[in-house]
Design a protein around this ligand. Structure first.
Ligand code: RB5
Length: 151
């Protein structure tokens, strides 16, 4: 799978560790920034939007976003139609976010989860598959909200 990565300064270190981990698992990785851990003004909406737009454009299949909590960067990504970004702090939610919600972006907080837990969360996310059927109906209802408000 081709995976796009994004983070603000708070998430850069964990992002790089996750890129290395998922690359070793055979995925193709693309870094959409940010790149400087000392730049406190590298606002999270920028990489959140970049990764979301890369998915929408078909440049990458899915995304990983990391900021301090995973919240701000996922909120930004979720404003792009077609993006389903979920903040996960444990593997069960990560797995179910794909199986039931067809999540296409995994968001994590570098100030919340440690490196090894983050790798486990990422493995559960990227090894899971969407189950469709009744879950497809529900995801379709979420997409309908976007359609109703993005005219
Ligand atoms: C940056 O200090 C922090 O606010 C950001 O990384 C993130 O946690 C926001 O949701």
């Amino acid at each position: 799978m081709k995976i796009g990565f994004g983070s603000d300064h708070a998430g850069i270190e964990l992002k790089l560790q996750l890129m290395e981990h998922l690359k070793a698992k055979g995925h193709e990785v693309v870094d959409y920034g940010n790149y400087d851990p000392d730049d406190r003004n590298d606002d999270y909406p920028v990489p959140g939007r970049k990764v979301a737009e890369a998915i929408r454009a078909g440049e990458v299949d899915k995304g990983v976003l990391v900021c301090g909590t995973g919240v701000g960067i996922s909120l930004a990504a979720n404003k792009v139609p077609g993006i389903r970004a979920c903040v996960c702090s444990e593997p069960f939610t990560a797995q179910l976010s794909v199986r039931h919600n067809n999540a296409n972006v995994l968001a994590m907080g570098a100030r919340v989860v440690g490196r090894e837990l983050a790798k486990m969360i990422a493995d559960n996310f990227f090894e899971a598959e969407f189950e469709g059927e009744r879950h497809a109906r529900r995801v379709g209802m979420i997409e309908q909200v976007e359609k109703d408000y993005c005219k």
